[in-house]
Ligand binder design. Structure first.
Ligand code: C5P
Length: 214
């Protein structure tokens, strides 16, 4: 089996940065699967559709142009995250995005994917699975600093409420809920800077990789 690293966890836990750094470290391609759901959410809104309509959202998911996704600067906005988490609850949308993600994970040399259901649904056989989390207040502070730094105006309390609402929706949905896979290693980044978090992640992956090779 190829070298697949699955990185799951809630919003602003540090999973995206950790996944990107692991990918660079091991020279593996990286897919931020949250971007797919964000792109679907935006496509629905752009077309004037309803985020509650699973059939419509699945149609947008099927029509996604993956090579253009990363180029849309609106994808990192707060509104895109909210729209993403609403369309992500539709099983039809998840089904429409399944193959694309599994094909990415099956590349010959391996890959790093981050999201909510990588270790549980997309790549259950991944060599290393991390579940990255942090206290909600710390995650909200990180996201708030990031967004206000880009000029968005938002109160910290509103950001915290946003994060908690998204956690609840992602963990509470019936289709592929956000949950730590049984064989995932928990990495709590509450008290860790990005370098320390990456070091901890790399050590976890190394242990799994060595065991996998032996
Ligand atoms: O990680 P990010 O914040 O970009 O994800 C946006 C939303 O997309 C999440 O809140 C979640 O609802 C959804 N998502 C998902 N499964 C994934 C990745 C993201 O349901 N693998």
């Amino acid at each position: 089996m190829s070298f697949v690293i699955a990185v799951d966890g809630p919003a602003a836990s540090g999973k995206g940065t950790i996944a990107a750094r692991l990918a660079a470290h091991y020279s593996l391609p990286h897919l931020d699967t949250g971007l797919l759901y964000r792109a679907v959410g935006l496509a629905v809104l752009d077309a004037g559709g309803s985020l509650d309509d699973g059939t419509e959202a699945a149609r947008r998911a099927q029509g996604l142009n993956v090579s253009e996704i990363a180029r849309d600067p609106r994808l990192i906005d707060r509104g895109a995250g909210e729209a993403a988490s609403r369309v992500a609850g539709h099983p039809e949308v998840r089904a429409a995005l399944l193959m694309l993600q599994q094909n990415f994970a099956r590349q010959p040399g391996g890959a790093v994917l981050d999201g909510r259901d990588i270790g549980t649904v997309i790549a259950p056989d991944a060599v290393a699975k991390l579940y990255v989390t942090a206290a909600p207040e710390v995650r909200a502070r990180r996201r708030w600093t990031q967004l206000t730094g880009r000029g968005e105006v938002i109160a910290f309390e509103e950001m915290l409420a946003d994060i908690m609402r998204r956690d609840e929706r992602d963990a509470g949905r019936g289709a592929a809920p956000m949950v730590q896979a049984e064989d995932a290693v928990l990495l709590d980044t509450t008290d860790l800077g990005i370098d320390a978090a990456f070091d901890a992640a790399r050590r976890i992956v190394e242990t799994k990789r060595v065991r996998h090779v032996l």
